[in-house]
Write a protein that binds this ligand. Structure first.
Ligand code: LMR
Length: 396
């Protein structure tokens, strides 16, 4: 049965973890996967999460099956975070939200649902995009193309190219957009540019699918979510996938969501019923713990304030490491102006290093980033930064 099964390539991001874990270099640094580590190189367990878990342990609960669409309080919290608890879409009941297994799960539920309602649509992802976007939508049965996004010569967004690609898309094309903190480049478009993108989406009848895995890592929770208000104001129907992996440092709990903004409540009810079929036929219903923790934090004003503070600290530390990286590279002898690193936002820096340089970084120095030159600056700290700068300087 399996004799013709070929060996699949390693995952371009998670596959690096396997290599990193097997590396015996004592100085190794993992800048591959998008994970935030604190200044001691430790994965944080947020205080808000600990407090919520403590309260849960004091009143231990049995674990029955959750509803197919997840914990109601969790779904309400996701809606509140994405659209605003008092927003018109939430109040009118026209958002269908489901708990999902991470942000990836939210994307997959959306992709499978879209394949049912729009089987012939094409999907466009940014060039470049998160590696898994293409794989995920192709595996859901879509033909996946790209829209122009990154311009390596300008070190920024090729906005004219982006608009041209969107203008050339057939009506009904699904456009996967990064709501904030573009992964992998770290370059976002401005609010004014979002207005122009939305105008094209409207004019061409395109279907927006916003991946919001990094809400809070750009300028703040509300600030990063402001793009959603623009899509709402434009009267569009759209998809938003949410992830709490990074913002709650709950990577392994796989806590995410999918929200679909519909015309009215009746439509949202019908959409929700279909999303539930997608979930039921994939994994039946979501797991309890991570969703319960996030719901507890987001629905308690004190814990929510603590979360916002802790998330803010992560955001500020990442920004500080960007500056340290720029300074450290200069001190290590890099002639090229690397100040673009501080104009990027979120967890990643598209460094401009070639695949060969990234392979050398890995093999000679144990510094792991993706072959595309993406480095997770959220894993830099005051102890590893000099070593990383020296290593980069040597391969440059
Ligand atoms: C990343 O881009 O590194 C993260 O989103 C983790 C992942 O699942 O790829």
């Amino acid at each position: 049965l399996f004799s013709a099964v070929e060996m699949a390539p390693r995952d371009p991001i998670l596959g690096l973890n396997e290599q990193y874990n097997a590396d015996t270099n004592p100085n190794k640094v993992n800048l591959g996967v998008g994970v935030y580590f604190d200044d001691n190189g430790k994965l944080p367990l947020l205080q808000c999460v600990q407090a919520a878990e403590q309260a849960m342990m004091e009143k231990p609960a049995a674990r029955g099956y959750l509803p197919i669409d997840g914990i109601a309080a969790y779904d309400a919290a996701v809606k509140g975070l994405v659209f605003g608890a008092d927003s018109e879409p939430v109040k009118s009941g026209r958002v269908a939200t489901v708990q999902a297994i991470g942000g990836t799960g939210g994307l997959k539920i959306g992709a499978d649902f879209l394949k049912k309602v729009s089987p012939n649509a094409k999907v466009l992802i940014s060039d470049p995009s998160w590696e898994n976007h293409r794989a995920l939508f192709s595996n859901a049965g879509f033909e996946v193309g790209t829209y122009a996004y990154y311009d390596p010569t300008q070190r920024g967004v090729n906005f004219e190219g982006m608009l041209a690609s969107l203008n050339a898309a057939e009506p009904g094309t699904i456009i996967v957009l990064h709501a904030c903190c573009h992964n992998p480049t770290g370059y976002d478009i401005s609010p004014e540019q979002w207005d122009q993108v939305i105008a094209v989406i409207q004019a061409k009848g395109l279907t927006p699918f916003l991946d919001m895995a990094y809400q809070g890592f750009g300028y703040g929770i509300k600030e990063d979510g402001a793009v959603i208000d623009k899509f709402v104001a434009a009267g569009l129907n759209f998809f938003v996938s949410t992830s709490f992996s990074k913002s709650f440092s709950l990577y392994g709990e796989r806590v995410g969501g999918l929200s679909v903004l519909c015309q009215d409540k009746a439509e949202a009810d019908r959409v929700l019923s279909q999303l539930k079929i997608v979930i039921r036929t994939n994994y039946s219903n979501p797991p309890t713990h991570g969703g319960a923790v996030v719901a507890a934090v987001l629905s308690n004003p004190e814990l929510r304030a603590l979360w916002e503070k802790e998330l803010g600290e992560m955001r500020v530390r990442i920004k500080a490491m960007r500056q340290k990286l720029v300074d450290g590279l200069k001190a290590a002898g890099v002639q090229q102006d690397m100040s673009f690193i501080t104009t990027q936002i979120g967890m990643f820096s598209y460094s401009g290093l070639s695949k060969d340089q990234m392979v050398r970084l890995r093999n000679e120095f144990g510094v792991y980033g993706t072959d595309t030159g993406r480095m997770c600056v959220a894993a830099l700290n005051s102890k590893n930064i000099d070593y990383v700068c020296q290593a980069i300087a040597k391969v440059m």
